[in-house]
Ligand binder design. Structure first.
Ligand code: MG
Length: 334
């Protein structure tokens, strides 16, 4: 009897040792920002997570997707991984070049642009980040048919993933909200909602996505999870634009800053750190999600990377421009 007990005790202790070893070998599965927060929703003028908690995220915007502008060299998974691990980015915006005035945009070369974009969307989903699919055009209402085709395909392919946010019109120019941007947006929203009932859709606003106050007087109705695009460049856009944004929030619009810069609105000029801090305080207070323009090495103020920086995401802080360093600090500590 004693020997049977001894054998049984030995068996048990060996077994628990084995279990402990197996546990040691298996790394804990990382909980990503999307695992934690799930499908986002618009609730009043806020974005909430799957538990109804108000949330906001910080990350990067990539540069235009077309070959001619050359920013699409950064459209690879290593770059997204670097931004996630080193910048603590939680959201990435992918601008599909869709302007009918650009010769190699989606309008003329759908295949190249869409495959570039999908590489990055897939990488974000794989790495557990939120991703904004951005129809990057200043004249989207002239290519409504193409926009509907594109977003229908995106909704079919990606509508089931909580990671995805659709941005349907980057920056309308000096056109009317009531007569141009809103009617366009309603048609594209309807096309997406035929397939995807729930992922957030961000709607652009006139004057380079600044007239959120105008949209707030005549918002899109009949659909849930609609937010509106606000863009700012801190060296050009000061208190007057904050006041417009505040008015839109007060009127009940949820805003997402899908693009911001610390420099001038044309992407050039010097960093305005004081104005950037004022904007960051405003976004923090109102829980606005934001993406910094942009991950590129073009020789201009808004580029986060110095000219000739490699395109594989293997960067140190020495590769960052003044605006890149400033943006990294805000994103890391959001
Ligand atoms: Mg969905």
């Amino acid at each position: 009897m004693k020997s049977i007990l001894l054998i049984f005790t030995l068996f048990l202790s060996c077994n628990s040792q084995k279990i402990a070893e197996i546990k040691k070998q298996q790394p804990l599965k990382e909980i990503s920002v999307v695992d934690k927060n799930g499908l986002l929703e618009v609730k009043g003028n806020k974005i909430v997570n799957k538990n109804g908690k108000e949330v906001s995220f910080a990350g990067n915007s990539m540069f235009w997707s077309n070959d001619y502008y050359r920013g699409n060299g950064f459209y690879n998974k290593q770059v997204v991984k670097h931004l996630k691990e080193n910048w603590k980015a939680e959201i990435i915006r992918v601008p599909m070049t869709a302007d009918p005035e650009i010769h190699d945009s989606y309008i003329f070369d759908k295949e190249t642009n869409q495959s570039k974009l999908e590489t990055l969307v897939d990488a974000c989903i794989d790495l557990g980040l939120y991703v904004i699919i951005d129809w990057h055009s200043h004249n989207a209402h002239d290519t409504e048919k193409e926009a509907i085709t594109f977003f229908t395909e995106m909704a079919k392919k990606y509508g089931k993933y909580p990671n995805v946010i659709y941005e349907i019109y980057n920056e309308p120019l000096k056109v009317s909200w009531d007569d141009v941007v809103k009617p366009y947006s309603e048609k594209v929203v309807a096309a997406i909602r035929k397939i995807d009932p729930d992922n957030i859709i961000v709607v652009g606003t006139p004057h380079w996505s600044q007239d959120v106050d105008k949209a707030s007087l005549n918002p899109i109705v009949g659909y849930k999870n609609i937010a509106y695009t606000l863009h700012f460049y801190a060296a050009s856009h000061k208190e007057w634009l904050i006041n417009k944004a505040q008015k839109a929030l007060d009127n009940g619009l949820a805003l997402i800053v899908t693009e911001w810069g610390s420099v001038e609105a044309d992407g050039g000029g010097e960093v305005d750190a004081t104005s950037t801090q004022i904007w960051m305080d405003f976004m923090k207070k109102n829980k606005l999600t934001h993406c910094n323009w942009s991950i590129n090495n073009k020789d201009e103020g808004a580029s986060a990377l110095k000219p000739n920086t490699n395109m594989d995401g293997n960067w140190t802080d020495k590769d960052l421009t003044v605006s890149g360093k400033l943006a990294k600090g805000y994103i890391q500590n959001w």
